[in-house]
Design a binder for this molecule. Structure first.
Ligand SMILES: [Zn+2]
Length: 140
């Protein structure tokens, strides 16, 4: 990479590569434990609830539905390239499958944001071939 450093791009490794490949294909992946049945996010090799090992935790596609837990409209961010994107809405959402996820809400005026509002996943291309899950308002 030349020019200004970027602070918005993932550093995929062998474990997280399936997550980023799925995002580039328009799918949000979660990890689910076969022992306790719970899903989690961000992806971990083991289950953060019952500590089952990597042989018991697998990838699955999320349905893409969520509700808004909390948010902050960002008006200033000095880390490139965020400053070129202000204002934007940093958010925490509750996925229908249970996990709470840090993300961004798009296509929604700040005055329209409401705790508990229904959201649907969509994907934004952050760099060539690098797609990140974000959420937009969805009908009930
Ligand atoms: Zn578990």
């Amino acid at each position: 990479m030349t020019g200004t450093a970027r602070y918005d791009l993932p550093e995929a490794d062998a474990f997280t590569r399936p997550y980023w490949d799925a995002a580039a294909a328009g799918r949000l992946l979660l990890r689910r434990c076969a022992d306790c049945g719970r899903a989690h996010h961000y992806p971990r090799e083991f289950c953060p609830f019952c500590w089952a090992g990597e042989d018991r935790v697998t990838w699955e596609s999320a349905g893409g539905r969520a509700t808004l837990y909390t948010w902050s409209v960002i008006h200033r961010n000095d880390l490139p390239p965020f400053g070129t994107r202000v204002p934007y809405t940093a958010a925490v959402v509750d996925l229908a499958e249970g996990p709470r996820m840090m993300t961004e809400v798009v296509d929604c005026e700040a005055a329209e944001l409401r705790i508990g509002m229904p959201l649907a996943v969509t994907f934004r291309e952050a760099a060539d071939g690098v797609w990140v899950a974000v959420f937009r308002p969805a009908p009930d």
